[in-house]
Design a protein around this ligand. Sequence first.
Ligand SMILES: [Ca+2]
Ligand SMILES: [Ca+2]
Length: 222
Amino acid sequence: MIDRLPVRLTVLVAAAAALLAGGCTVHRKLLITEVGLTAVEVHLAEPTGQVLGLRGVFLEYANSSGSAGRVELQGSIVGQDYYVVFEDPNHSGPPAPSSYTNYYGRFVDGLVVPSGFFGTLTLGQSLSYRVSGEHSRSVLFIPVTDEVDDVVQFGPQGVRPAIGGVFHEDGSLANDFPRAASSNQSQQRTVSRKFPSGAAQDTNAESDWSTEPDNFGAPTPP
Ligand SMILES: [Ca+2]
Ligand SMILES: [Ca+2]
C-alpha cells in the first residue's frame, strides 16, 4: 500500500500539470432567444447558480443586403437570465452596459449600441445572427475556457449570409421576419426561440423558432 502512494501522487501531479498546461474547455449554453428590428436577446440556459463572463463573447449579424456588424458583450450573465443588445438613437460613442426597457416597462440588463448597428431590416431580406466566443477564467488555479456558439438564420433560403456555427435549415422561417407594431398589433413581432415547458429549445434547428409578440427579458410565451 505504502509503496503505491508515490505512484498515485505522481499520477495526480501529472494530471494537475496537464490541466495547468492546457486547461479545459467547457461548452456553455448562451443562446440567442429573440431577434427584433433593433434588439437581440440572449439567454443563459443553465441553472440559476451559474455565471458566465461575457468578455470575449461576440454577437454578430449579417443580412442579404450586405450589412454586417459585430460587438463584444460586456459584464456577465447568470443562469436563466437575459441580456439584450439594443440600438438607441440617443446613444453615441462605443457600446456600453445599459438597461433595455421592454414592452411591459420592465428593465433588462444589456448593452446599448448606436442607432443603425443592426442595419436596415427590410421584408424579403435574409438574416443570420450568431453569438460566439471564448471567455477564460480559473478554477482553483486551473485555467478553464468557457466556449459559446449559437446561430439563427431566417428569411428566404439560398441567400442567407454564411456566418459559421451550426444551424439546420428546414425553411420554416422563410417567411418570418421581425415586424413593427401595427394598427391591429400593439407589440412588434420578433423571431423568437420556443420555450416548451419554460425551457429554451435548442436542437440547432430552424424549427426551434417561431414569430411571436415581443417579450424581451422573458421566455417566449406559449
Ligand atoms: Ca443552437
Ligand atoms: Ca424573450
